[in-house]
Design a protein around this ligand. Structure first.
Ligand code: FA5
Length: 342
C-alpha cells in the first residue's frame, strides 16, 4: 500500500510538471482529486490493508491527498495569473502590418490663437488665469453692476441650470474672482468658453470663446487701454488691419467702447461673414466701473483700471480667413487640420 501511495505521488508530480493551461490542470484535478479519482480509489484500497498497518497507511494516503490538493491549488493560481497576463499582452499588441503614415494631428485654431494671445500678454506682464464654465448669478451679473432688469439676464440669452447656477455667458464673470484673489495692482487675462442661447449664423455661435483682460493700478487711463489693444492686434495680425473704436454701453465699464475690426474676408465691402456691414465686433472694452472695483474689494480712491472682452473665436475667423464661424465647432478634421502654429 505504501509503495502504491508513493508511486501515485510520483506519477502525479510527473503529470503536473507537463501542465500548461487551466483546462489541463482542471482535467488533472478530476483525474487525481475528483470523487472517483486516483486518490479516492487509493483510499478505497485501505479496506484491504491488514488492521495493524491501517493506521500508518491511512496517514500516508492522507499526506498524498493533501499534497495533491495543495499542488493543484498552487498550479491553478499560477496558471490563472499567466493567462490573464497573456490576455493583456495580446490586447496591447498591435498589428505591425497596419499603415503607420496616418499623419500628425493638429491643434484647433482656437487653441492656436489662444496660445498666441496668451504669449503676447504674458510678455507684457499679464498673468493667465482660468475660471469655471458654470458660474453663479452674483459673478456673472451682480458683481458686474448688471441690475436685475438687465436684458443680459433674459432667459433667451442665458442657459440657467436647475440649481440656479448658469453657464458662463461672458468671461467678465471672472473679474470679481480675479480682483478678490490678487487685489491691486493686477494685470490678468482669462480665456474661457461662453454659452449663449442664440441662433447661429456665419458670425454667431451659441458656444464660443472669449479672452478677458483686466489691468488695475494707479493712474490707469484710456491711453493704456488703447496701447495694449493696439499692441495685441498688431502682434496677432503682423500686418496692417483697420479697426475702429466707438462708444459702447456695458454696465461694468464707464466709459465703454466697441472695438470693431474691418472684415478681413471681404476687406470692408460686406459679405455674409460680417453680415454685409464690412465690420465685425471684436473686442469691447472700457474703464472698469467704480462699483465693480468696489465689489472686488479694490480701493477706488487709489486705483483705476481697464477691462476688455476679446471675441477669441471671431479673432480666429479674421486671422485665418474662416468665412463661417460654425466651421470651428463642426469637428471636421479635414477643415480644421489646415491650420498650423507656424
Ligand atoms: C461682452 O461679453 C462683455 N463681457 C465684453 C466686455 C468685457 C466689455 C470687458 C467691456 C469690458 P459682448 O456680448 O459684446 O460683450 O461680447 C464680446 C465679444 O464676444 C463680441 O465682440 C464678439 O467678438 C464675441 N461674441 C459675442 N457673442 C458671440 C457669439 N454669439 N458668437 C461668437 N462670438 C461672440
Amino acid at each position: 500500500m505504501l509503495e502504491n501511495a508513493n508511486a501515485l505521488k510520483a506519477q502525479f508530480e510527473e503529470a503536473l510538471s507537463k501542465v500548461t493551461t487551466t483546462a489541463e490542470i482542471d482535467a488533472l484535478r478530476i483525474e487525481y482529486a475528483g470523487k472517483k479519482g486516483l486518490v479516492s480509489s487509493l483510499m478505497n484500497d485501505l479496506k484491504n490493508v491488514p488492521n495493524d498497518q491501517k493506521k500508518e497507511a491511512g496517514m500516508v494516503i492522507n499526506q498524498v491527498k493533501q499534497f495533491v490538493e495543495e499542488q493543484i491549488k498552487l498550479k491553478t493560481e499560477e496558471l490563472i495569473k499567466l493567462e490573464e497576463q497573456r490576455k493583456i499582452d495580446e490586447a496591447e499588441s498591435y498589428d505591425e502590418s497596419l499603415p503607420t503614415d496616418l499623419g500628425l494631428g493638429s491643434y484647433h485654431p482656437i487653441t492656436l490663437i489662444q496660445r498666441e494671445v496668451e504669449d503676447i500678454f504674458s510678455s507684457m506682464g499679464f498673468i493667465v488665469e482660468d475660471y469655471s464654465e458654470i458660474v453663479d448669478d452674483y459673478h456673472c451679473f451682480e458683481a458686474l453692476n448688471i441690475p436685475k432688469h438687465h436684458p443680459a439676464r433674459d432667459m433667451q440669452d442665458t442657459y440657467y441650470l436647475d440649481n440656479g447656477q448658469l453657464l458662463k455667458t461672458h468671461t467678465s464673470a471672472a473679474q470679481n474672482y480675479i480682483m478678490r484673489k490678487y487685489g491691486a495692482p493686477v494685470r490678468a487675462i482669462f480665456p474661457g468658453r461662453c454659452f449663449r442661447n442664440e441662433s447661429t449664423d456665419a458670425c454667431h455661435e451659441n458656444t464660443f470663446f472669449q479672452l478677458e483682460g483686466i489691468m488695475i493700478d494707479e493712474d490707469i487711463s484710456i491711453s493704456n487701454l488703447i496701447y495694449f489693444m493696439k499692441t495685441m492686434l498688431s502682434e496677432v495680425f503682423k500686418q496692417d488691419i483697420t479697426v475702429r473704436l466707438r462708444p459702447g454701453f456695458f454696465p461694468f465699464v464707464e466709459p465703454g467702447f466697441e472695438l470693431d475690426i474691418q472684415c478681413t474676408i471681404c476687406h470692408g465691402k460686406g459679405c455674409p461673414s460680417c453680415k454685409n456691414s464690412g465690420w465685425l465686433e471684436l473686442c469691447p472694452c472700457g474703464m472698469i466701473h467704480p462699483n465693480v472695483l468696489t465689489y472686488g474689494g479694490i480701493d477706488t480712491e487709489k486705483y483705476t483700471g481697464f477691462a476688455f472682452g476679446l471675441g477669441l473665436t471671431r479673432l480666429a475667423m479674421m486671422k485665418y480667413g474662416i468665412k463661417d464661424i460654425r466651421m470651428l465647432n463642426s469637428g471636421s478634421l479635414k477643415a480644421l487640420s489646415q491650420f498650423t502654429d507656424k
